[in-house]
Design a protein around this ligand. Structure first.
Ligand code: PLP
Length: 225
């Protein structure tokens, strides 16, 4: 899509989401120019899922962009993004959480993270099962990690046209969020982010509690791999 089309589709998405929902514009596989088109319209949060591509864009693009890491993150890549990453949405193991904490401490900062839930039927998707997520929180080691802040949950639904299945899966994430908020984060105002919803299902997600949607294709067009 050209810059005009990107601006137009960005506003179409923004017009459909309520005020309390934050938009992460997922820019993976789209060039820096496309990001600038959205940036010039006021968009500041962008999502990327590959460390190298992200680092290249960070060097080229304005400093006030908030970069969210949304892809599967290998522990050996944490040190590369730790200096600048605004949020890591895809934490799927205790080992990764420890590594993020270690490098956040090294760079003297607190990195905001989301725990990624696996609620979809596909086996390929990463993330904690609800039971593993509860177990991690119950275990309590995370409380000793002073340089991370767990700000909520991220989830992806099954890629399907069956809207009732998508709705059920987001419903599971939403219920788990409420449960965890009550059991571990009652007094922690940072724990408030429910990141679910992509191009084809963000409106369903918002209907099931989402307050952060991660939309790529609907804004930037098909990815150029
Ligand atoms: C690529 C990606 C998105 C955006 O997907 P679209 O269908 O292009 O909106 C959202 N979330 C995650 C985790 C992704 O990897």
């Amino acid at each position: 899509m050209n810059a005009d089309e990107i601006r137009k589709s960005l506003h179409e998405v923004l017009d459909r989401i309520p005020q309390h929902v934050r938009l992460v514009a997922v820019s993976k596989y789209h060039p820096a120019n496309d990001i600038m088109a959205a940036y010039e319209e006021g968009q500041r949060i962008f999502g990327e899922s590959h460390e190298q591509e992200l680092s290249r864009k960070v060097a080229e693009l304005p400093d006030d962009i908030e970069w969210h890491f949304i892809g599967h993150l290998q522990t050996n890549k944490v040190k590369l993004i730790a200096p600048y990453i605004s949020m890591i949405e895809s934490v799927d193991s205790m080992k990764l959480l420890r590594e993020i904490n270690k490098y956040a401490a090294k760079y003297n900062r607190v990195i905001r993270v989301l725990l990624e839930l696996h609620v979809a039927q596909e086996e390929t998707k990463y993330g904690f099962s609800p039971e593993d997520c509860r177990a991690l929180l119950r275990d309590g080691e995370w409380k000793t990690l002073k340089n991370i802040s767990i700000c909520g949950l991220m989830a992806m639904a099954t890629y399907t046209s069956d809207e009732s299945l998508i709705a059920r899966e987001f419903g599971v994430a939403d219920a788990l969020f409420d449960e965890i908020k009550g059991s571990h984060f009652k007094d922690d105002d940072n724990f408030r982010i429910k990141s679910w919803g992509m191009s084809h299902d963000y409106l369903i997600a918002i209907g099931h509690g989402s307050n952060m949607v991660r939309v790529g294709t609907r804004i930037f067009g098909e990815r150029q791999y």
